[in-house]
Design a protein around this ligand. Structure first.
Ligand code: NAP
Length: 483
């Protein structure tokens, strides 16, 4: 099965921060893969922009090195590489200065899509929007792509929204959350709204609870200073986990169309109850052997910032009343694993008697590793000797099920092409981001004013013991984080 490549219009994509880590690791490799797939029209151009002074040739050398490092080796074809580099240009620009803008303006063409990717520190977003506007570089059809973090609380997110709105319409602003670009996340919508099988069961009558886990094995390492100012709540829950929760909890939109989907997500965020302090567990990883602890990583022995958080969340509406959503995310955990598990209720009556044991259907949607889905179903254990039941997974790993030529597309790749197509479905709207901060802020404020200390946890574990208690006290258990 070969995937269909849907053509896009010719585009000029300017990457502010074109020499940075994100551009090198994700944006440029993603564009190269689209070029290989035949999805970059011939006349399209990529313009790197940053302060460093260099010409096109020097930037192309940098891009070549980045692609060799971050693109799968079997895709690095010398001829294709040079073809791609032919589309790459560079302009030296300081976001806060005045030089370079005229050159960028002269590069722009009237007859193609103009997109500007803000892959720079968020403190520069406002300056970039202002200058693009002032120098007449952005036209009413232009799009800007804004990276995370989008604010660090409601006030800063509002202020950023206001600044961007001075120069761009909401329809031109693409707030990126790369989790929404993941194949499995979109499959979650296909699963829910493309099948009749699940939707009738997708409510508190049949779902016991839902677990969302985003576990990482890495610590905060080199970005300790940055991370310590945000923590797991700001860095992961307010955006990525919240988006996943919305897609599971939302009502069916009338169409798969940007505002219809985003309206439904917004309703979910607005239906979230404030989380009680006893339903939140925060943690910091300890030292193990030569591997430094969180406090050593951030070089602040008194930091109260969490590298782990687990919470029990209630969505207060008819569909979900009484069905908790347990979410957790953390660094230096046992394995790199992101998944959503929908744990269904027990059958209302067991005709097989007590010896058949307790069995539950669990639908697991894996984001990483091995994007795919598993449905645990109950069957009879083969063999003689009565009716013993066992749980078996119906497993679909996308890469296996769809074949090698359908390699799962990287999230950034898909999202950049959506920007060029002008499709905002997988991007956050300004009011969604603000609603998410409005829900998050009081919790952060509460533990900051009370000066709460996070619990300690062992690296390579599933987080602090107290996080297990969140579920144990309700006779539930977290799913295992497996190596
Ligand atoms: P980075 O490695 O520090 O790169 C920053 C880029 O911005 C460089 O190209 C830098 O080049 C340029 N720059 C800095 N000051 C500038 C100025 N005044 N005018 C114009 N260009 C300027 O940062 P990054 O990791 O790529 O992150 C970029 C953005 O993506 C940030 O908002 C970050 O939060 C977000 N993000 C990154 C990741 C990731 O995995 N890296 C993941 C999610 C979100 P010069 O110094 O030459 O100007």
């Amino acid at each position: 099965m070969v995937s269909r490549v849907i053509p896009v219009d010719t585009f000029d994509l300017t990457i502010f921060g074109g020499t940075g880590d994100l551009a090198r690791r994700k944006i440029l490799p993603g564009l190269y893969r689209r070029y290989l797939a035949g999805q970059m029209p011939d006349a399209s151009r990529i313009v790197g922009a940053a302060r460093s002074d260099m010409d096109d040739a020097a930037y192309r050398d940098e891009v070549r090195e980045a692609l060799k490092e971050f693109v799968e080796p079997h895709l690095v074809d010398p001829e294709a590489l040079e073809g791609f580099l032919g589309c790459v240009h560079y302009v030296a620009i300081d976001a806060t200065g005045e030089s370079g803008w005229r050159k960028l303006r002269d590069l722009m063409r009237a007859d193609c899509v103009r997109a500007f990717y803000f892959s720079v520190a968020p403190s520069l977003f406002g300056a970039l929007a202002e200058r693009l506007h002032e120098h007449g570089i952005a036209d009413p059809q232009s799009r800007i792509v804004v990276e995370k973090p989008f604010g660090r609380d409601l006030a800063s997110a509002r202020s950023l929204n206001r600044t961007l709105a001075e120069h761009f319409d909401e329809a031109q602003i693409y707030r990126i959350d790369h989790y929404l670009g993941k194949e499995t996340v979109q499959n979650l919508m296909a699963l829910r709204f493309g099948n009749v099988l699940f939707e009738p069961l997708w409510n508190s009558q049949y779902v016991d609870h839902i677990q969302i886990t985003v576990a990482e094995t890495v610590g905060v390492g080199g970005r300790g200073g940055y991370y310590d100012k945000s923590g797991a709540m700001r860095d992961m829950v307010q955006n990525h986990l919240m988006q996943l929760l919305c897609l599971i909890a939302m009502e069916p939109p009338s169409q798969f169309e940007p505002d219809a989907v985003r309206d439904e997500k917004l309703k979910v965020i607005r239906a979230l109850d404030p989380v009680r302090p006893e339903d939140i567990v925060r943690g910091q990883y300890e030292r193990r052997g030569d591997t430094p602890s969180y406090l050593e990583d951030v070089e602040d022995g008194d930091s109260r910032t969490e590298s782990f958080i687990a919470m029990k969340i209630h969505v207060s509406n008819w569909r979900w009343a009484g069905t908790p959503f347990y979410v957790r995310t953390g660094k230096r955990l046992r394995a790199r694993q992101s998944e959503i598990a929908v744990v269904f209720k027990d059958a209302p009556h067991s005709i097989f008697g007590a010896e058949a044991g307790r069995h539950r259907n669990v639908l697991t949607i894996r984001l990483q590793p091995n994007e795919g889905m598993t449905l645990v179903t109950t069957i009879k254990e083969p063999g003689l000797g009565g009716m013993r039941l066992i749980d078996v997974p119906l497993d679909m790993t996308f890469a296996e099920a769809l074949g090698a030529e359908n390699e799962v597309t990287d999230a950034y790749e898909r999202l950049i092409m959506d920007v060029i197509r002008g499709n905002q479905t997988l991007f956050m709207r300004g009011d969604e981001v603000e609603a998410a901060w409005a829900w998050t802020d009081p919790m952060i404020e509460r533990w900051s004013t009370r000066d709460d200390r996070p619990f300690r946890y062992e690296p390579g574990s599933s987080g602090p013991e107290e996080s297990s208690m969140l579920l144990h006290r309700e006779t539930r258990r977290w799913r295992e984080i497996r190596e």
